[in-house]
Design a protein around this ligand. Structure first.
Ligand SMILES: *Cc1c(COP(=O)(O)O)cnc(C)c1O
Length: 380
């Protein structure tokens, strides 16, 4: 079994993907082809924001937002402690300081109460200029944006939605990548909407920030690429990737997002029927009003379970599993000795030792799910 079966997806979409890629080759517009504009327009429409600016990857997308806001030395940005490294890395890369905040044990997303406490504490200390909050839609589930937006407004902080895993998620009738002042996503192959290499996008309703992101992404261009009015980067989505995404986005809208929700529901149903919760297994929770794009189906193993042994026994049965994430952000070596290493995040500390992500994609059959559930139940 594949952890995320991109081969099967390609087999199903092969005709359309092959001809879309061949079309790029035939026209030889490898950079900035019509496919890129077409994709940006379709994504902005789907998400419901004014501007979508594609770029080279999800990390650059976050960095471009931080550049547009002029975040740098002396600034601090609040970031969840339980996430992929890039969510905090981009803050440090800009010369600012990430302050890590604990997450909710049931949703894995930044805990609004603890966020507010961290803001009040940092404000009282007065060491940094507090600029923004990064809220991650972890495993596909939108963060608690109703509460987070309120907090950002109260303390005059910008909100950056890291929707790298969240594309397609919804909350209260709005779509993921529309919740931040600026929002971003990633098209890394294994993300909910993935391309055939690296890719990313920035979303915003704000004209000025959109212009700045477009400029920073092309060497700080002014009126043209050869008129450089600020120092930027070279970050763009290739035409080939856009062509692949245009095909895959159709499938995503037509059935993939719905189907992956059905597969996730099947997991929850079969685990529940098998008495998983009684055995201490914690299943993902999607609260009222939320809709996940299911980047991962992540469970927490019961207290005292030997995760390594479970992984190797599942692997022996042909079932791949992954650990997202094994280390709290504040414990990463890159932050050693910095203020970012000082964080009290007991929930993250605990779940890092318990989480296990199971094979998931829109193409998994009920039988696939049944096999995974049966094997895991035998081991706990
Ligand atoms: C994947 C990911 C990123 C980075 O995306 P890339 O395209 O790999 O650069 C950022 N944040 C989160 C939460 C991610 O999962």
């Amino acid at each position: 079994m594949e952890f995320r079966d991109l081969k099967k997806q390609y087999q199903l979409l092969k005709g359309d993907i092959d001809s879309a890629v061949q079309d790029v080759c035939a026209k030889a517009q490898f950079i900035g082809g019509a496919q890129v504009k077409e994709l940006e327009k379709a994504l902005a429409e789907y998400v419901g924001v004014k501007h979508c600016i594609s770029c080279a990857n999800g990390t650059d997308a976050l960095s471009l937002a931080v550049m547009a806001w002029g975040i740098g030395s002396g600034d601090a940005v609040f970031v969840p402690d339980f996430t992929y490294f890039a969510s905090g890395e981009i803050v440090s890369f800009a010369g600012a300081t990430p302050i890590f905040v604990d997450v909710c044990k049931d949703t894995y997303n930044i805990d609004p109460d603890k966020l507010e406490k961290a803001i009040v504490k940092a404000k009282a200390e007065g060491k940094y200029k507090l600029r923004a909050v990064v809220a991650v839609d972890l495993f596909g589930l939108p963060a608690d944006f109703d509460r987070i937006k309120e907090i950002c407004k109260k303390y005059d902080l910008l909100l950056l939605e890291d929707g790298a895993q969240g594309f397609g998620g919804k909350l209260g009738g709005k779509t993921a990548c529309s919740f931040g002042d600026i929002s971003t996503t990633s098209f890394f192959p294994a993300k909910p909407l993935g391309c055939y290499g690296d890719g990313g996008a920035v979303f915003t309703d704000n004209d000025e920030w959109a212009d700045l992101v477009r400029s920073y992404a092309v060497h700080g261009k002014g009126s043209s690429k050869y008129d450089n009015i600020r120092v930027g980067v070279n970050s763009r989505l290739d035409s080939v990737q856009a062509a692949v995404l245009n095909v895959k986005f159709d499938a995503f809208k037509k059935y993939e997002l719905e189907d992956i929700n059905k597969v996730a529901q099947k997991y929850t149903e079969l685990f529940t029927n098998a008495g998983a919760q009684e055995k201490g297994l914690v299943l993902p929770v999607i609260k009222e009003g939320f809709y996940s794009s299911w980047a991962q189906y992540t469970v927490q193993l019961p207290e005292g379970a030997d995760r390594e042994k479970i992984q190797s026994e599942m692997k022996a049965k042909g079932i791949p599993t992954m650990i997202y994430y094994i280390k709290p952000m504040h414990s990463q070596g890159a932050f050693e000795g910095t203020d970012s290493a000082i964080a009290e995040c007991p929930v993250t500390d605990e779940i890092c030792s318990k989480v296990l992500s199971l094979p998931l994609d829109p193409y998994k059959s009920d039988e696939d799910v049944k096999v995974v559930v049966e094997e895991l139940m035998k081991l706990i």
